[in-house]
Ligand binder design. Structure first.
Ligand code: TRP
Ligand code: SF4
Length: 373
């Protein structure tokens, strides 16, 4: 990792980075993944992340990715893609859902502090170059390799209701389209959760194959892992999700937060207030660690273990701290809910800016592939 830092810092000082020739090796990041704290401020480094617009964002997204994006937008050039075309790969029968969630997700971004003056928010379907690249890249990937992708494999198994025994060409191929997302904007860094690593790996393979056949053109992206892993649901489930009914949404109002936290899983062995508890198996304590200060957490833990703390009071204190964090987000969200045109304007102007980058990539790709008529 030290080596990486030196290289990135080195590039910063010699400043020969990217400039006219944006070939990957200018960067010399050899690692395939790095930690978020290893990303040094460097406006010459472009970051690309994205989400499928299939639902509102929740606390899992907030701690898992949104907070780090807010930090990264000050360090690197940040692009955030609303991946509506990818969302259709497993929601092709529900275009209304995808459409409605496009503006919802942009509102979530803006309300947590993603700043359109710093970061570019873009809409995938408005960048036809991504679709074009997907077609070109599809020659560089075998069907067997796609079928072996662990993320795709898991998702296909989870989506039996939709796909039955036979998955669509579009869904099986979405890693190819995601490689197009990343390379279209010449991104160096891709902040993602653990589950997305196989997709970045597949993108790197496509890039290497492309460069070996058509000449050095594309950049191999590096995955950036956030320090917080997946956030558990209020019911203790490893995953937080809409279908599981265990998520706290950024758009939840006071009453909803209240109800959800009151129903959270606590130490089931605790019946009376003076029963000694085990905070380590309690979701309320787990959430205190996300929302409350260190001192509060220490008190919760000690008092619970000694039987000096009631679960209801403990939950109330958590609700208060959650609301402290969410209130400014909610306020901003209300503003954007009342100004939907502003939201779409931000998305469309970000898209126009991003498309310029995609066009530059397209030109290089077509030249390399001898399609530059
Ligand atoms: N597959 C990602 C997810 O489900 C979303 C996504 C689409 C993405 N395109 C991307 C993530 C490009 C990173 C880079 O969360
Ligand atoms: Fe959980 Fe708090 Fe009850 Fe302990 S007192 S079991 S930490 S809710």
């Amino acid at each position: 990792m030290d080596e990486l830092n030196n290289q990135v810092i080195g590039n910063q000082t010699d400043n020969g980075l990217i400039e006219n020739e944006s070939k990957n090796n200018d960067l010399k990041i050899d690692d395939e993944k790095i930690k978020i704290e290893d990303v040094k401020a460097n406006k010459n480094l472009r970051i690309l992340t994205g989400d499928r617009p299939t639902g509102r964002l929740h606390i899992g997204h907030y701690f898992g990715s949104l907070k780090s994006r807010v930090e990264l937008q000050d360090k690197c050039e940040t692009f955030i893609e609303v991946a509506d075309v990818q969302a259709l790969t497993d929601n092709f029968n529900n275009p209304d859902k995808v459409k409605q969630n496009v503006s919802q997700i942009v509102m979530d971004y803006l309300s947590v502090g993603i700043d359109p003056n710093k970061a570019t928010i873009l809409l995938q379907s408005r960048i036809p170059e991504i679709a074009e690249l997907t077609v070109f890249y599809s020659n560089l990937v075998t069907i067997a390799r796609l079928q072996r992708n662990p993320t795709v494999k898991t998702e296909i198994a989870q989506k039996r209701d939709l796909f039955g025994e036979s998955v669509t060409y579009g869904f099986l191929g979405y890693p190819v389209s995601q490689a197009a997302d990343i390379t279209a904007f010449d991104a160096s860094l891709v902040p993602v959760g653990e589950d997305q690593l196989p997709l970045i790996e597949q993108c790197r393979e496509i890039v290497r194959k492309f460069n070996s056949i058509y000449g050095d053109t594309l950049k191999e992206p590096v995955a950036v892992m956030s320090e917080k892993g997946r956030i558990k649901g209020l019911d203790g489930n490893e995953k937080m999700g809409k279908s599981l009914g265990n998520a706290l949404y950024l758009s939840d109002d006071l009453n909803t937060i209240n109800e959800k936290v009151m129903g959270a899983l606590t130490d089931p062995a605790r019946i009376k207030k003076d029963d000694p508890g085990n905070p380590d198996i309690c979701m309320v304590y787990y959430y205190h660690k996300l929302f409350s200060d260190e001192n509060t957490c220490k008190n919760v833990c000690e008092e619970c273990k000694k039987g000096l703390r009631g679960c209801v009071a403990c939950k109330k204190q958590l609700i208060e701290n959650i609301n402290k964090e969410l209130e400014p987000i909610r306020e901003k969200r209300h503003y954007y809910e009342n100004n939907p045109k502003e939201v779409m304007d931000i998305l469309m102007s970000g898209t126009a800016h991003a498309r310029e980058k995609a066009k530059e990539t397209m030109e290089k790709v077509k030249k390399a592939m001898k399609l530059d008529y």
